[in-house]
Design a protein around this ligand. Sequence first.
Ligand SMILES: NC(=O)c1ccc[n+]([C@@H]2O[C@H](COP(=O)([O-])OP(=O)(O)OC[C@H]3O[C@@H](n4cnc5c(N)ncnc54)[C@H](OP(=O)(O)O)[C@@H]3O)[C@@H](O)[C@H]2O)c1
Length: 299
Amino acid sequence: MIPPAAAVLAAQTASAASRIALVTGANKGIGFYIALQLAMSGLFGRVILGCRDATRGEAAVSQIESHLSAMKPQSSASSTCVSFLPLTLGETQSHRALRETLEEQYGKLDVLVNNAAMAFKGADPTPHEEQCKPTLDVNFRGTVVLTEELLPLIRRGDDARIVNVASMAGRLSQIVSTDLRSKLSSPDLSMSSLQEYVDQYEKDVVDGTYRQKGWGGSNYGMSKLAVIAATRVWARDEAANGVKVNCCCPGYCDTDMTSHKGPRPPEEGAKNAVIPATMENVPTGQFFQNYEISDWLTS
Ligand SMILES: NC(=O)c1ccc[n+]([C@@H]2O[C@H](COP(=O)([O-])OP(=O)(O)OC[C@H]3O[C@@H](n4cnc5c(N)ncnc54)[C@H](OP(=O)(O)O)[C@@H]3O)[C@@H](O)[C@H]2O)c1
């Protein structure tokens, strides 16, 4: 287990003041605590909350600022600025506007935490096949398109990192077909092939053949599996650019997404993203859960 306290004590270089982190879906739940913990770490000059609702985003910024001012003046986090920028994940125009603002104001991004996601409630009457596209569009396709949009800025980052908040629901073993499982976990997988597999899954869900083709039974699970597979693709492809890419499961947390049924406090769940975002000598292409690296291939 990686002690969270040690993890957030990565070397505090003089460059900390110029480092910028962006957390998507940070106005509540786990994302809020990821942003708070990054701001309190003293490792960033600015932490940006990417949220789709300005009122909720600004309220979260104020809450984080209150925590930071309670730490003053002893802490190095006292000089961290926290701000909100609009982001609707899955809307290309919104991704582009965010990239343009970041480019104009900072010219780079050091850490991106892809936390925003959605899940239909178990009791939602929307048929399974109609839940498929919206789930994949936000959780997987939105995350991929936003990340690709921001990658040119991240490549200019200092100790650049991406952390994708996935889930144990994205475990590889949900895929029944050994052929599909080995394709999705292949070290040679490309992003375009992964996107094609996800499109095929959606088509098979819509025409009702997904079970006989050997897919898993959960749209949310497939969206998170694809986020984990994308993490591995980016980790390999971005290694030469110095960008470390990891993903995590926060655990079953007490948030709106779970209708507050999860036993783990969201501030505890958040640590699973904060560790790979802040630890010294972070590896790449790994899946973190329960505060340590876990083996997704055997999950
Ligand atoms: N909670 C758990 O037990 C659990 C377990 C495993 C993984 N996870 C993952 O952890 C992450 C955070 O989950 P959570 O439990 O904190 O969920 P949550 O309480 O529902 O919060 C989700 C956040 O994402 C934002 N969001 C959703 N769709 C968005 C979109 N299209 N554009 C912009 N923002 C969007 C929400 O904004 P609004 O407030 O505007 O809706 C909110 O800020 C997710 O990736 C989730 O899949 C959670």
